[in-house]
Design a binder for this molecule. Structure first.
Ligand code: GAP
Length: 412
């Protein structure tokens, strides 16, 4: 069977799993809508994730933070300065690429020798320049400096900001985790491969706070645990791999990351695409949001600024350290972050489940059909009620059965 992404996209559209956004207006690039079957599948995935995290673990609690947050957060988190992709353009045909598509070590490439994959011209490529991936918007009626805000590019920061709130209001102690599912937004330069890289997508993230000396142990725990989750839900082990990032690849906050990757059908043989990253973030985030100093001015607490009115320190100035009342030790917890994409999980489960087979029709002629071999817990529909005859009260019996079953599970 030749499993291609074109076949998956076509099935998704025909059967109401996933549609291109704004279809009747010609489509809107890199945004997708989930149809009746798609949303059931996606909900099953995210609900199973939520249950696994917040019910199976005694020390993980949930959160739902805002998409819009104080713009200073993105400075402290490093996203304003470092959440960039290197961008190159072909001056001949105007095609645009991420420089790292040509080589991971793109800074040492001689761009005048590079051939444009689209028009084939050599020597017309620009040097790489950094492009920030955050979507900007304005809060309030006037668009001016000072009203700028960003759509969150990850749900993680909402969790760090609420670390103290959760700690002070729940019966949790380090080690503990906070989980969140929600939309994130990135102005991807080269969105492609259907929902794999889109501009609006859903993340399922845990920030797990632990003692610095235990952090390696928890990193290993989460790598194993998350790997097993995909296997338990039926993903083919031979199409999965766990890959440790090398030093140059690490995000600005990370001191170790492992990706769980899947061999998506749009990739060449032997290539894998990221499903989920498990990152050891150290104390980068809590420390960044802490490191600032609040001073009182005109009766109000404000961040201390220098002579140019720029904050002297980048964080909030709030103490985000943890006091362990048993060991009597104060420390800034380290964080292990399993961060999964719900849309990529949907895509991987769909690709994995896709099968073509031939069953003879009533006349014995082979009839090709597509079968989705989804794990029962993921299947969007759990049952179908199909009356075989339209007489002897059978349609009424079927309708009654359908009504009763539908209250308990999605069926048709
Ligand atoms: N808080 C860490 C973080 O956001 P990431 O590796 O940038 O890490 C985590 O994103 C997960 O979010 C990825 O493994 C992927 O599943 C999903 N994701 C990231 N960018 C995406 C995009 N443009 N489209 C769809 N899913 C995306």
């Amino acid at each position: 069977m030749n499993k291609t992404i074109e076949k998956i996209v076509s099935l998704c559209k025909r059967r109401g799993f996933i549609f291109q956004s704004s279809d009747i207006y010609g489509g809107f690039s890199a945004v997708y809508d989930y149809g009746p079957l798609g949303i059931e599948l996606k909900n099953n995935i995210s609900q199973l994730w939520w249950k696994e995290m917040t019910q199976t673990h005694e020390n993980i609690v949930g959160l739902d933070s805002g998409i819009l947050m104080h713009p200073k957060i993105w400075e402290a988190s490093g996203h304003v300065g470092a959440f960039n992709d290197p961008l190159v353009d072909c001056k001949q045909c105007k095609a645009r690429y991420r420089a790292d598509e040509f080589s991971e070590d793109f800074n040492s490439l001689d761009w005048t020798e590079i051939k444009c994959p689209n028009c084939g011209t050599t020597g017309k490529m620009t040097e790489p320049r950094q492009f920030n991936l955050m979507f900007k918007t304005h809060v309030g009626p006037v668009e001016e400096t000072g009203t700028e805000a960003f759509l969150r590019p990850e749900t993680a920061q909402g969790i760090f900001l609420n670390f103290k709130n959760v700690l002070d209001t729940s019966r949790v102690r380090v080690p503990f985790g906070i989980g969140q599912i929600g939309k994130s937004f990135r102005n991807e330069i080269t969105p492609r491969n259907f929902t794999f890289r889109s501009r609006e997508f859903e993340q399922m993230e845990i920030e797990f706070f632990c003692h610095p000396t235990d952090s390696r142990k928890w990193y290993q725990f989460w790598r194993d645990r998350r790997w097993q989750w995909y296997l338990n839900l039926g993903l083919t082990e031979g199409r999965l791999q766990l890959r440790e990032h090398h030093q140059a690849e690490l995000a600005h906050y990370s001191c170790g990351t492992a990706d769980i990757e899947y061999a998506f059908p749009f990739l060449a043989d032997g290539e894998y695409g990221e499903l989920e990253g498990i990152a050891h973030r150290g104390d980068f985030d809590l420390r960044s949001h802490m490191e600032g100093k609040l001073v009182r001015e005109d009766g109000e607490l404000v961040l201390e600024t220098d002579s140019n009115k720029k904050p002297k320190h980048r964080g909030s100035g709030r103490d985000l350290s943890y006091f362990d009342d048993v060991s009597r030790e104060r420390f800034v917890p380290h964080v292990i972050e399993p961060s999964a994409g719900a849309d990529r999980a949907v895509l991987a489960f769909l690709c994995d489940a896709y099968h073509e087979d031939n069953v003879p029709d009533e006349k014995g002629k082979p009839r090709e059909r597509i079968v989705l071999k989804l794990h029962p817990r993921l299947a969007p529909l759990k049952a179908a009620i199909l009356p075989l005859v339209k007489k002897d009260g059978m349609p009424e019996v079927a309708a009654d059965l359908y009504k009763r079953i539908k209250k308990r599970m999605p069926c048709m």
